[in-house]
Design a binder for this molecule. Structure first.
Ligand code: ADP
Ligand code: ADP
Ligand code: MG
Length: 475
């Protein structure tokens, strides 16, 4: 068994991994940038090492990270999500340095990191894929031809993309040129490669994904699905398990196909297979595979009781999965809300800064994975995800009631956040009915905007009330 782990990440996910290590009796090593000296993960780990200079490059500086790992005597590295988690060269460099990379093999990361290659492989493993170009597009002329062939609307996607970046929906021929050029530019800026491919744009789909766990011995299980259709700019902000409206026959087909594909392929570690589901036809299509821990793994943990980070560590240590599919039970319903330092009123612009007041909800069925606290200053260099509120209850209706209660308890002041947006969504009749797809938020934002304006007002009232109560009791 692994004894000491370096966490090559920051923020809430670094804290999440440290927690799993502690429960397993493993020692932990954190790394941090100069912008993260006050970050929670540096305090919760047994050791923490500064990577000086550029705060953005710090978490990507893999030579330095491996050097710290060797010097501090760790035997394994967990990459979390984002940063180096899907970098096959980093995974290989860990192995070459005699360290265990907690994740799949470098070859598996490389295959699925290229969305075009991933689609080919998954197609050969029996999964339906979205119609589109079989290779990256070489020229604008080729883009016109392929788009005409499959029919508008189409979506341009970065082959090496992630986090909703490098993506453009194109509704007609005349906007193709501009979208193609801007997608290419964005892809080059974010992912270092400008490879773009084309897919048929499925209108008003649900995003449904399957959580997989697989060991080194060919044992593969699924941990159910997650409905991640509530998105802004193609990036998830609310995730739900189970999906409140997915038909059992469709669910079972997706789960069965995913497990069989991963068995055939010989995948190992945790992974997520993402699909879009056309609700009119109940046809679903593979879009990408994430070969890492996913931000929304939390809700799967709540309904299964399985610690996914613990399982990743055990798998990397060479242990076989301790359960078979039939041992896994699914109980109740869970929802995750991403608490982002961003301003929904300003097109979700990042809103770093000092947290001047912080009160997190508690009570039955609540889980908070967060890296923020009162007086913490969110640095401007990283992802806007500040924390995650997860609720669990016996069924969807009760989970909704609990989520309303928990979101109303939550106080974060000092910076704009998306808390009030979550409060609006959770009270929306369409959302409550499960009647939502990936375009839900785009269609609702105008309707919500007036109420979001009043967010600060309401927060001030809530704080004034708690201050009045405190003074009444002489606190
Ligand atoms: P997807 O790529 O399908 O959106 P996730 O929803 O799991 O997958 O989101 C992963 C994203 O999280 C990354 O693409 C990145 O934008 C973001 N991210 C990267 N590093 C961190 C971090 N330390 N904490 C929170 N989010 C991060
Ligand atoms: P990322 O790597 O950025 O997570 P994905 O390929 O997973 O990119 O797509 C992100 C989101 O974009 C999906 O959840 C979905 O909302 C939308 N999307 C992607 N491909 C399509 C498509 N072919 N048709 C409609 N929507 C799509
Ligand atoms: Mg995705």
């Amino acid at each position: 068994m692994i004894k000491k782990v370096l966490i090559a990440n920051r923020g809430e996910v670094a804290v999440r991994i440290i927690r799993a290590c502690k429960e397993l009796g493993l020692k932990t090593v954190a790394i941090y940038s100069e912008a993260d000296i006050t970050s929670l993960h540096t305090k919760k780990s047994d050791e923490a090492y500064l990577i000086p200079r550029d705060p953005i490059k710090a978490y990507l500086d893999y030579k330095n990270i491996i050097r710290i790992a060797k010097q501090s005597g760790v035997d394994a590295i967990h990459p979390g999500y984002g940063f180096l988690s899907e970098n096959h060269e980093f995974a290989q460099a860990c192995i070459d340095a005699g360290l265990i990379f907690i994740g799949p093999t470098p070859e598996q990361i490389e295959t699925f990191g290229d969305k075009v290659k991933a689609k080919k492989v998954m197609k050969s493993l029996g999964l339906p894929v979205v119609p589109g170009s079989e290779e990256p597009i070489q020229s604008l002329e080729e883009a016109y031809d392929i788009a005409k062939d499959i029919g508008y609307p189409i979506i341009l996607k970065a082959a090496y993309g992630g986090g909703g970046r490098g993506m453009r929906v194109v509704y007609d021929e005349k906007s193709l040129k501009q979208s193609f050029e801007s997608a290419q530019k964005e892809s080059l800026a974010f992912f270092g490669k400008g490879d773009i491919f084309i897919e048929k744009y499925i209108q008003r789909p649900k995003h449904i994904e399957i959580q997989i766990l697989a060991d080194k011995y060919g044992n593969v299980v699924h941990l159910g699905e997650r409905d991640c259709s509530i998105q802004r700019r193609h990036q998830k902000i609310i995730e739900i398990t189970p999906s409140p409206v997915l038909e059992p026959a469709v669910r079972n087909k997706m789960l069965g196909m995913s497990v069989r594909a991963m068995m055939k392929y010989g995948y190992e570690s945790a992974g997520t297979i993402e699909f879009i589901l056309d609700q009119n036809t109940n046809e679903f299509y593979f879009i990408e595979m994430n070969t890492r821990l996913q931000v929304e793994h939390t809700i799967t943990e709540m309904v299964t009781g399985i610690d996914i980070v613990e399982q990743m560590i055990r798998i990397a240590s060479g242990e076989p999965l301790p359960f078979v599919q039939n041992d896994i039970t699914f109980r109740g319903s869970a929802i995750q809300f991403r608490i982002n330092a961003e301003d929904p009123k300003r097109n979700f612009a990042p809103s770093p800064g000092r947290i001047t007041a912080y009160h997190s909800p508690g009570g039955i069925g609540i889980r908070i994975d967060s890296a923020i606290y009162k007086d913490y200053i969110i640095p401007p260099y990283y992802d806007s995800l500040a924390g995650k509120l997860c609720v669990w209850a016996l069924n969807w209706d009760r989970a909704l009631a609990r989520a309303r209660r928990a979101l109303d308890e939550f106080i974060i002041r000092g910076i704009p956040t998306n808390l009030q947006l979550h409060r609006e969504i959770i009270r929306d009749e369409d959302f409550i009915r499960g009647d939502f797809d990936t375009s839900f938020l785009d269609n609702k934002l105008n309707e919500y905007s007036y109420k979001i304006e009043n967010e600060v007002q309401k927060d001030i009232i809530a704080l004034a009330i708690s201050a009045a109560i405190a003074s009444h009791y002489g606190l």
